[in-house]
Design a protein around this ligand. Structure first.
Ligand code: ATP
Length: 463
């Protein structure tokens, strides 16, 4: 089972502190969201899982954290100033502003307004998605020399550092550079909760390889990412690939495969239930070429007269110099978090006939690994023992102490936020130094000696 729709997750998120509408006390701001106490833990755990899998468990990836605001020339030569735009149309009837490429078409192939159904739309025009800002104290808002952008993707910071990383890490092809960080796009139609926002976070790998190897490397990353997504507990039945058509491919891409998640299970038309979770592109040698000072056009003019570096690679074995191809797996933290929450969502009826929500998060992702609960909060010895257990567990796993309700309510609260284990300290614990460990998924309880608790939980959490 998974969540029946995104709305269910919106309300759970607000109720329990995963995600809140940003600037809520001032009426909110369109598609901005704040990550609450549990959301920040979940997002951090997703990023940690990705970094461990993409960087630590391999021997061919280096990490990087590049600046959000770069020299404007980065965005000129990457092509973003000219081409990073969405086709914009206005509905003349209901005045809604829409992204033309996302609209349904009627029998004549005309785009239909998703708000009112009208086909009375303006001509499509390109709308650049980059957020503009100005840099420097003296600059005025329209000073072109001070113009800068918030990065719309983390990738370009990797390309411009290719030589720095290559030289300092003494790498040979193939190798990759990984980066996690914020990106900003002034989306025409943001929405669907955290699925499409104007500020979001990306986890990107730029993997540099020989041109001939690129198709195979591309497929390996695609297969690899299916494994990683599975490791997050997301069911295969809610995942599928989409091969971009020639018309859809970005101008620099030779092949792009999107991995889709069933974000909209409530839609009657099955084809419309899916949308992009991440994309894996073969970007060819486009990026390193356009940022290099050397390449020339047909008339012998430098393509990039501003760059001070050549980002080609010299292969000492073959004595060849060339621009590596780049395979780019690009994943959104926020969309991954939404897919993880939707897939982990389950409702179960207890023996009193009450419907309970359980988030079956993988232990690695769960914001809280264990909750320690005293059965009687008015008995100081029990409280003291429970607090001590929490303190002892904390260095090795995220633990909380909670005595703010009856035990049934406390269990339900932890189930709903995905805590894999609850530990209960009761009157008997004072006699036999044992505690009750309750499993989130089975609701089964086991009695464990307090001095063996940590080892027991560590074993179960990493199983
Ligand atoms: P879409 O077609 O949905 O606009 P895209 O193809 O433009 O996405 P990419 O440029 O490939 O997206 O970005 C890589 C990843 O970054 C996406 O797969 C997604 O996970 C994430 N992402 C992109 N735009 C947004 C956004 N506005 N809000 C949240 N995540 C985003």
């Amino acid at each position: 089972m998974a969540a029946p729709n995104i709305e269910t997750i919106v309300s759970l998120s607000k109720r329990r502190g995963f995600v809140f509408p940003a600037s809520d006390i001032y009426g909110g701001l369109g598609s901005s969201w704040d990550y609450g106490p549990l959301g920040v833990e979940l997002a951090n755990n997703i990023k940690r899982s990705w970094w461990r899998w993409a960087v630590y468990e391999r021997d061919d990836i280096e990490g990087l954290d590049s600046a959000i605001i770069q020299n404007r020339l980065v965005w000129k030569y990457s092509g973003h100033e000219d081409t990073f735009s969405d086709p914009l149309v206005d509905c003349r009837d209901c005045k809604t502003r829409l992204r033309e490429d996302k609209l349904d078409r009627n029998e004549e192939g005309k785009p239909v307004c998703s708000n009112c159904g009208s086909t009375n739309l303006t001509e499509s025009r390109p709308f650049n998605l980059m957020f503009r800002t100005t840099v420097g104290a003296a600059s005025s808002d329209d000073d072109p020399t001070a113009l800068a952008y918030l990065r719309p993707e983390t990738a370009q910071g990797i390309f411009t550092n290719f030589k720095n990383v290559l030289d300092t890490s003494r790498r040979k092809l193939p190798f990759g550079i990984a980066q996690i960080g914020k990106a900003f796009r002034n989306e025409v139609t943001p929405g669907n909760f955290i699925f499409r926002t104007r500020e979001f976070e990306q986890m990107e790998i730029e993997y540099f390889c020989r041109p001939d190897d690129a198709p195979e490397v591309h497929q390996e990353w695609l297969d690899g990412f299916h494994e990683w997504i599975r490791s997050l507990g997301i069911s295969d039945s809610n995942i599928k690939d989409y091969e971009q058509t020639k018309e859809e491919l970005a101008h620099y891409s030779q092949r792009t495969v999107d991995i889709l998640y069933r974000f909209f299970p409530e839609r009657v038309d099955e084809a419309k239930q899916w949308d992009e979770l991440m994309g894996i592109a073969n970007r060819t040698d486009y990026d390193l070429r356009v940022h290099s000072k050397k390449p020339e056009d047909a008339e012998g003019k430098r393509i990039n007269p501003d760059s001070t570096e050549d980002l080609s690679y010299f292969d000492p074995q073959t004595n060849e110099r060339f621009y590596p191809y780049i395979i780019e797996p690009s994943t959104g933290v926020n969309r991954t978090l939404l897919a993880v929450l939707m897939d982990a969502y389950e409702e179960r009826t207890n023996d009193k006939g009450e419907v309970r929500v359980i988030l079956k998060l993988q232990p690695e992702l769960a914001p809280i690994k264990v909750a320690v609960l005293p059965l009687a909060k008015n008995k100081p010895e029990i409280v003291e023992m429970a607090r001590k257990i929490k303190k002892d567990l904390q260095p090795s796993m995220r633990s909380v102490y909670d005595d703010t309700g009856g035990i049934g309510k406390l269990y339900a609260r932890q189930d709903e936020i995905g805590t894999p284990f609850c530990v209960t300290v009761d009157h008997e614990s004072l006699e036999d130094n044992a505690v009750t460990v309750r499993n989130r998924d089975t609701w089964e309880q086991e009695r464990i000696q307090a001095d063996q608790l940590r080892a027991y939980l560590e074993g179960r959490l990493s199983a």
